[in-house]
Ligand binder design. Structure first.
Ligand code: SF4
Length: 218
């Protein structure tokens, strides 16, 4: 945790409110029609892009609509079907195993964090996506975009996703944490890009630690 906690909490509130003005609508990046489809999407999106995953999701669910279909699908066919998202062997194996577990409980995707983490291929980031998007539950979603933007803003100095999640969960009101995560993520994709952040045109540049540091450099 950083020093000056009250100031950082204030900074988080200002960022939250400015981003809400910029991105009033919070839209999921993955296309899905039910909780299982979102679960498959988040597992496949690891080390891939949402666009690539969205491209293949319709054909996957046309072939295997629900968890019990995935549980029974031949592993080599699953591997071929998810090949384009990378790490296809491990993803196919994880999804088949997760589908088996879900099929055994009637197809319902749990919302409890510990239960979600029992599903192969589901880490804290994926579990938070599912909890926030499906359950309206508090969810700080730490992916590469989120971590980069909150570090640059000065909301954390941590590198570990778990530490960042814990710190930001203390800075952002629980009911705002999911939209906050989605807006930070979108801002990272559109403006605060990894190699060339668009600081000159960024609505957050007056309060951003990265800009202050850059300007202070001789
Ligand atoms: S001012 Fe620059 S570094 Fe800061 S959030 Fe905006 S784009 Fe990112």
């Amino acid at each position: 945790m950083l020093d000056g906690q009250p100031q950082i909490a204030q900074l988080a509130q200002r960022v939250d409110s400015l981003l809400e003005g910029l991105y009033p609508e919070v839209q999921p990046f993955l296309h899905y029609r039910n909780p299982f489809e979102l679960l498959v999407g988040v597992v496949l999106s690891a080390q891939s892009t949402d666009a690539q995953v969205n491209r293949i999701l319709p054909s996957l669910f046309e072939r295997w609509p629900g968890p019990c279909d995935w549980a029974e699908a031949p592993i080599d066919e699953l591997e071929r079907a998810v090949f384009s998202t990378g790490f296809y062997r491990v993803k196919a194996r994880n999804l088949k195993q997760a589908a088996r577990m879900l099929c055994a409980r009637g197809g319902e995707v749990p919302m409890d964090m510990e239960e979600l983490l029992q599903l192969p291929g589901v880490g804290r980031k994926s579990a938070n996506v599912l909890r926030g998007a499906l359950g309206g539950l508090p969810a700080i979603i730490v992916d590469t975009h989120f971590a980069r933007v909150v570090r640059r803003l000065g909301l954390t100095t941590s590198n570990s996703p778990d530490a960042i999640e814990g710190e930001l969960a203390r800075l952002v009101a629980p009911e705002r944490s999911y939209p906050f995560s989605m807006r930070i993520n979108l801002h990272g994709r559109l403006v605060c890009k990894a190699h060339r952040p668009g600081c000159d045109n960024c609505a957050l540049n007056d309060l951003c630690g990265y800009v202050r540091e850059t300007r202070a450099r001789p």
